[in-house]
Design a protein around this ligand. Structure first.
Ligand code: MSP
Length: 510
């Protein structure tokens, strides 16, 4: 046993993605943010757990399988594998990938709902309603567009009627309001919290949590002719994966200190239904729900039905994994909607990656080769860049902490820009070899070292490459913040390698 205090814990989740669709850049957006956050917290030495996975039950998936003429599980197997491939392509470092068709998940869902029933919050009744299969949700007539279309998918809803099990959601209106009052930061950003409160204040109706007409789902243990409503099944994944109902000690380690990342389309499920379900089971609601906007293509949300999807592999081919990750983290701030533009992606890649970071490395390596015999000098303790680096660290850390990757990378890149300006002001390439050149280059090498650490959550390839090229052993991901970013860590006396350009410039037409 060590007497070290235990490190803080960070548990981050993405939504689990429906397997009716293959991964597109909307899914990748959420997953890359979660991955970068997990990487940041690992740098801080936090005990980190990153969960993603696939949502495989429900009518929508059953119909997608029927269209292909295969069994739902065979369809789910194939599509779930596509998500894992996409995440491998994007260097996503999840700790666990959950599939809702796994036995561990079935057990957790049944345990949770048994518990809610034992607490008296589940009853049987007949339900008749208007259902959107794409949302897997019922709508009130008043919410429909043109009296018949789902407001999200703009497709006709269907009339469904059956005997179902109901969850007494109405009883949780006040408990939810009380909980949100006591936890004012639970939903981020604040506008989304207000949206959640608005939904609750409108009044909550009891909700049907089972389906008799459907077979593709998790059976209701006390009424096996029915399966659970897919959202109640899906939301439970967040606790299945950390041992709910199976390993209470493990569950207690990670819950409720979770950070859920979600798109704004699923706010109601995460900010109303999920905390209510948990309260009904006597479990604390999630610590944080971070809600981001839509990634729009041509002003519209990407979707299979609109045929406007863009797939990660297409962009990775043009921009590399780092170019992909950097663009979505830097240019699509968490919160508002953002329009995807290929031209914007090229401009950002050229400005920040090819010019700023790429140039800094290549200039430094070239001048070290010419003026210092290829051996990198140490930085000056009193460098004017030391204070800039300290500010960059503080701002970068605060922004990651606030789940604002765009601001975090902007703060890191300010340090790169300052280092380039420093080089331009001193023009070491025009100086004779000697202490003056060494001073300027040592400072720039130290900036590269610090940037390699701070940028590593975004640039999974280039950050270790910079690290190696300036002669450092190991990798930036093995460093511990904040100490590792303190000014003066570059020891000097290391071989600096010129190498090919890190980020070759891209033409605007791809
Ligand atoms: N299966 C449910 C979630 C269950 S979580 C317990 C689901 N899946 S989904 O595949 O349709 O989409 C899930 C998430 O993908 C969205 O909330 C969002 O995080 C991300 N996105 C899908 N399309 C997107 C955009 N066009 N833009 C941004 N994010 C998008 O809903």
């Amino acid at each position: 046993m060590s007497d070290q205090p235990e490190p803080p814990r960070f548990y981050v989740t993405t939504p689990i993605y429906y397997v009716n669709d293959v991964p597109h850049i909307g899914h990748a957006y959420t997953t890359v943010i979660a991955d970068a956050l997990a990487r940041w917290h690992r740098l801080l030495g936090h005990d980190t757990w990153f969960l993603t996975g696939t949502d495989e039950h429900g009518l929508k998936v059953q119909r997608a399988a029927e269209e292909r003429g295969i069994e739902p599980l065979a369809h789910a197997d194939a599509t779930s594998a596509r998500f894992r491939e996409a995440w491998a392509l994007l260097d996503i470092t999840y700790d666990d990938f959950i599939r809702t068709t796994e036995p561990r998940h079935r057990a957790a869902v049944q345990t949770l709902l048994e518990r809610i029933r034992a607490n008296g919050h589940i009853y049987e009744a007949t339900y008749a309603g208007l259902y959107c299969v794409a949302c897997e949700a019922y709508y009130n007539e008043a919410d429909l567009v043109d009296g018949e279309q789902c407001p999200i998918h703009l497709r006709p809803v269907e009339h469904l009627e059956e005997d179902n099990w109901f969850f007494r959601l109405s009883a949780f209106e006040q408990p939810l309001l009380d909980w949100y009052e006591a936890h004012p930061d639970a939903v981020q950003p604040a506008g989304k919290r207000n949206e959640a409160l608005g939904l609750i204040r409108q009044g909550l109706e009891d909700i049907s949590i089972s389906r008799r007409a459907l077979t593709w789902g998790i059976p209701v243990p006390w009424d096996p002719d029915q399966v659970f409503y897919v959202w109640y099944d899906a939301l439970t994944n967040y606790i299945t994966a950390i041992g709910y109902g199976e390993d209470e000690e493990r569950f207690g380690r990670w819950w409720p200190a979770v950070h859920h990342l979600i798109g704004k389309d699923i706010l109601r499920f995460h900010c109303v239904y999920w905390p209510a379900m948990l309260l009904a089971a006597g479990i604390e609601p999630p610590h944080r729900i971070h809600v981001h906007g839509y990634l729009l293509v041509g002003g519209e949300k990407m979707s299979k039905t609109r045929l406007n999807q863009i797939f990660p592999a297409d962009l990775v081919e043009d921009f590399g994994v780092d170019g992909f990750r950097y663009h979505f983290l830097r240019d699509q701030p968490v919160g508002p909607d953002g329009d995807f533009s290929y031209e914007g992606m090229v401009a950002r890649y050229n400005a920040d990656l090819a010019n700023n970071l790429g140039n800094l490395l290549s200039r430094v390596a070239t001048v070290v080769a010419k003026k210092c015999g290829g051996i990198g000098p140490a930085p000056r303790p009193d460098s004017p860049l030391a204070a800039v680096a300290a500010d960059a660290l503080a701002e970068t850390a605060a922004a990651w902490d606030a789940v604002q990757p765009s601001r975090a990378l902007d703060a890191t890149w300010r340090l790169i820009r300052e280092a380039n300006a420093h080089l331009e002001a001193h023009e070491p390439w025009k100086m004779d070899p000697g202490p003056a050149v060494e001073a300027v280059l040592g400072d720039a090498l130290e900036v590269l070292r610090i940037v390699a650490i701070l940028a590593s959550p975004a640039l999974t390839r280039a950050a270790p490459e910079v690290w190696t090229r300036i002669g450092l052993p190991g990798s930036p991901t093995e460093q511990r913040l904040p100490d590792a970013a303190a000014w003066g860590g570059y020891p000097g006396g290391l071989p600096v390698e010129k190498g090919a350009p890190l980020f070759p410039r891209r033409a605007a037409d791809g």
